[in-house]
Write a protein that binds this ligand. Structure first.
Ligand code: HEC
Ligand code: HEC
Length: 470
């Protein structure tokens, strides 16, 4: 992590300084907030939504969106919620599902636009690949991921069974935390898994603030990278490099647990293809993730070739991405609570911001007014970090190794249970509490994790209270 290398965001600084003063003038006398806290209360800048939104807290459009654009948001929402059906079907606009798939709609995994759950639904996906010295190849039989559902007459690739082993971590003050490590077994497999293959379990992440993350200038993200750890703080941070499906050019990876997708549009097209089996202009194969060896699947009826062209056409894919880009970040709660403020000091003093970089300023974007030029608080550097053996999956993705993960954004994380019905954290949903999520940190974050173990119980509780307020 190299703060000294951070390029000045000249425009952003001017705005944030003047606005800081303005907010200080407005809020300080009545609320007792400092200017910074007033800012932090609105993590998504002017796009932040406020009020008690209950279970729908992640489902609101950017607060600064115009009425006309909100109509597009709702069209996108309908596509995100839509249940696709198998071909051939009388409902022409909704067919093309699979033939192999994981879920019939986006919403089925991203529960109420929040994260998925590792059991009881399709929200956990197993990626698969063959690992070589020089990288990773799609699995010749299974493709990029295991599809555990299929249209009638075809068989799913496998069914996934999960088991847990427990380990205990003794914390300063006498408390003992129990960590669950998941193991996956594939039953009823339509073929064998080669010994040089690796599986990577991925939970559907929360969908808020994605357009804002996309709008962080690349130069700012790269300024935090320190691949050779020149400043010697034990934390490196590498950008992922992936192919942008739209341009065909190499680009910075930002989305997914390993930053394996360059844009929200790319990730949406990839989801349609691999998760639902729906073709789009970016990934036009009508058979989704079926490989050349899966002949029955490749020959099954599909929905390409009618008026839509591909099973979802370009405009509809665009609307789905527009929706995904504009799911608003909710305002923070309890920002001025003394325990939250204490937890915030702990968060900073033990070094969490080295990866969970609190704030960024987005670029000026004429075609995306909602995301343009906002001071945002996502708590991520969008870079890859070696998180140690405990979290390693052994499956590279882009330039990300089998030990590296993208720093997860922390905004909205305190609302997880309220939205998804259960709290599950980390890339595979193994952590049932925020504390467990932190205790799984290793590798580059081992020092910060150890500091959490050594905290007094009061400081540790305050740290969690701070995370819950995000
Ligand atoms: C079967 C479950 C499943 C379905 C269905 C699904 N997703 Fe996802 N989604 C995931 C998983 C798992 C990830 C993380 C992928 C990774 O780590 O590479 C993800 C990631 C994303 C991301 C990136 C979020 C981030 O924080 O980086 C976006 C955007 C997204 N999905 C959009 C969609 C859209 C749009 C649809 C419908 C077309 C959809 N998803 C359908 C499971 C699903
Ligand atoms: C070296 C970089 C690094 C440091 C330092 C770090 N984190 Fe993380 N954090 C990550 C990465 C990477 C992930 C995602 C790991 C995964 O899913 O396997 C993550 C995930 C999390 C999550 C779960 C997010 C989610 O969406 O499920 C929480 C909570 C969290 N970190 C809190 C903290 C706290 C608190 C600290 C300080 C004690 C801290 N982190 C220090 C890199 C870091």
């Amino acid at each position: 992590m190299a703060f000294a290398l951070l390029a000045p965001v000249a425009e952003g600084q001017t705005r944030s300084e003047s606005e800081r003063r303005r907010i200080e003038a407005v809020t300080a006398p009545t609320t007792g907030f400092t200017a910074a806290e007033a800012f932090e209360q609105l993590p998504g800048g002017a796009a932040t939504v406020s009020g008690d939104l209950g279970r729908e807290a992640f489902s609101r459009p950017s607060a600064n969106m115009s009425f006309e654009r909100e109509l597009d948001f709702h069209l996108g929402q309908a596509l995100f919620d839509k249940l696709w059906v198998a071909s051939p079907a009388s409902t022409k606009a909704s067919d093309g599902l699979g033939p192999l798939y994981n879920a019939r709609s986006c919403q089925a995994c991203h529960i109420r636009d929040g994260r998925g759950l590792p059991t009881g639904g399709p929200g956990l996906v197993l990626r698969v690949g063959r690992v070589r010295d020089d990288g990773v190849l799609p699995y010749p039989l299974f493709g990029l991921q295991i599809q555990d559902s299929a249209v009638p007459r075809l068989r799913p690739e496998a069914s996934v069974r999960m088991t847990y082993t427990e380990t205990e971590v003794a914390l300063n003050g006498g408390e003992v935390a129990v960590l669950h490590r998941p193991d996956y077994r594939l039953d009823a497999m339509q073929g064998a898994l080669h010994p040089d293959s690796a599986l990577s379990a991925r939970l559907a992440p929360q969908m808020i603030g994605l357009g804002l993350l996309e709008a962080i200038p690349e130069a700012e993200i790269l300024a935090y990278a320190d691949p050779d750890d020149r400043d010697g703080d034990g934390i490196s941070g590498r950008p992922n490099r992936v192919v942008d499906l739209e341009t065909g050019q190499e680009a910075l990876g930002r989305f997914g647990w390993k930053a394996g997708a360059a844009t929200v549009l790319d990730q949406s097209a990839a989801a349609f293809a691999s998760d639902i089996g729906i073709s789009s202009p970016l990934l036009p194969a009508p058979w989704g993730d079926c490989t050349a060896l899966q002949v029955e699947c490749r020959n099954a009826p599909h929905g390409n070739g009618d008026l839509r062209g591909t099973e979802i056409d370009g405009p509809a894919l665009g609307l789905t991405a527009f929706y995904s880009r504009n799911l608003a970040v909710p305002a923070r709660r309890d920002v001025d609570d003394p325990e939250v403020l204490r937890g915030k000091r702990v968060f900073y003093s033990i070094g969490c911001p080295a990866c969970h970089v609190p704030k960024h300023v987005t670029a000026r974007l004429t075609d995306q007014p909602e995301q343009s030029f906002q001071l945002i608080w996502p708590y991520t550097d969008l870079l890859l970090h070696d998180m140690g053996d405990g979290l390693a999956d052994g499956l590279p993705h882009g330039v990300a190794t089998g030990r590296e993960w993208r720093t997860a954004p922390l905004w909205g994380i305190g609302l997880t249970e309220q939205v998804s019905g259960e709290a599950r954290f980390l890339h595979d949903g193994r952590a049932r509490t925020l504390l467990e999520a932190v205790l799984w940190h290793g590798g580059e974050a081992a020092a910060q994790r150890d500091r959490v173990i050594d905290l007094t119980p009061e400081d540790r509780t305050a740290l969690i209270r701070f995370l819950e307020s995000l």
